[in-house]
Design a protein. Structure first.
Length: 256
C-alpha cells in the first residue's frame, strides 16, 4: 500500500497482517474498536508486527490523527471470532477502525473532541464510498459479545447518528424501580427478547432460557444502544429501546 484510501489519513504504516477478502466479499460492515492499550503509538506498533497476527485498516489517535495500516480492499485481522446476521467471517465483510483509548482495564477515559471529529469524518467517508447501511455500523462488542467490550458505553453513538453515521433511537428512559430479569430466568419474555436481538443481527438463539450468552448479548446491546445502565438484565427500558430500534429500520430493510 503506497498511499491511503482516503485523503483524511495523514500517515501510512503498512501492516503485514492482511489477505484478500474471501469469496470476493465487499465490505458491508464498518466495525469500531478501541485499542485497549496506553497509546496509539503502541497500538500501531503492535498492529504492524507480523508476530501479533492482528491488524486494522485504521488507527485514530487522541489528537484526531489517522493512520492507515491495511488497504480497504484487503481483509484485515481485527474482528476475531465474531458473528453478525449469520455472517461468521466478519473480517472479510468489514472495515475496522481502532480508536485510541486504553479501555475498561486502564481507566476508560472519555474520548476527546479532536478524536471524535476525526472518527466522524472517517466514518462518513467510508460509509459513503462503500454504501454501508446505518445498521451495519457496529461495535466490536456487537459482533463478539462474549469476548469484547469495545468501544464501550462511553462511545457517543448518538453523536455519530446525528452526523448521519449508524443507526440509533433515543433510549427508553430507565425506570429505577425496574430491576429487570437476570441470568437463569426462563420463559416467553426471554424468548421474545432473544428473537428480537437475533432479528437485529446479534448471534443468539431463541431458547427461552436466560443463559450466560444471553446476558453477554444483552450487555452488548446496552453498551451500544442503552448505555445509561449496562447490567445485562432484561428490563423494560432495554426491551422498548430494542423494539423501537427495529421499528426505526427503513421499511422492508432488515438490520442485517
Amino acid at each position: 500500500m503506497d498511499k491511503p484510501d482516503t485523503a483524511l489519513a495523514g500517515a501510512v504504516c503498512p501492516s503485514p497482517n492482511f489477505e484478500p477478502r474471501r469469496g470476493g466479499v465487499r465490505p458491508s460492515i464498518l466495525l469500531l474498536h478501541y485499542t485497549g492499550v496506553a497509546s496509539a503509538a503502541k497500538a500501531i506498533d503492535w498492529l504492524s508486527r507480523a508476530e501479533s497476527k492482528v491488524s486494522a485498516h485504521y488507527v485514530i489517535d487522541e489528537a484526531g490523527h489517522i493512520t492507515q495500516l491495511v488497504a480497504e480492499e484487503m481483509r484485515a485481522w481485527h474482528a476475531g471470532l465474531a458473528v453478525w446476521a449469520g455472517e461468521t467471517d466478519i473480517n472479510s465483510a468489514s472495515i475496522g477502525i481502532e480508536i485510541q483509548n486504553p479501555g475498561h482495564e486502564l481507566g476508560f477515559p472519555d474520548f476527546p473532541e479532536p478524536q471524535l471529529g476525526a472518527v466522524e469524518a472517517l466514518c462518513r467517508d467510508i460509509v459513503a464510498r462503500h454504501g454501508i447501511g446505518p445498521a451495519r455500523v457496529l461495535a466490536h462488542s456487537d459482533v463478539a459479545p462474549t469476548r469484547k467490550k469495545d468501544p464501550g458505553e462511553k462511545f457517543p453513538w448518538a453523536r455519530l447518528a446525528h452526523a448521519g453515521i449508524g443507526h440509533w433511537v433515543t433510549p427508553e428512559p430507565l425506570n429505577r424501580a425496574d430491576p429487570g430479569i437476570a441470568r437463569d430466568a426462563a420463559g416467553p419474555l426471554v424468548a421474545a427478547v432473544q428473537t428480537l436481538l437475533a432479528s437485529y443481527g446479534y448471534g443468539i438463539e431463541a431458547t427461552g432460557g436466560f443463559d450466560p450468552r444471553t446476558e453477554f448479548v444483552v450487555t452488548a446491546f446496552q453498551r451500544h444502544f442503552r448505555p445509561e445502565r449496562v447490567d445485562g438484565r432484561i428490563d423494560q427500558s432495554t426491551v422498548t429501546t430494542l423494539e423501537r430500534l427495529i421499528a426505526a429500520l427503513p421499511k422492508g430493510a432488515p438490520a442485517s
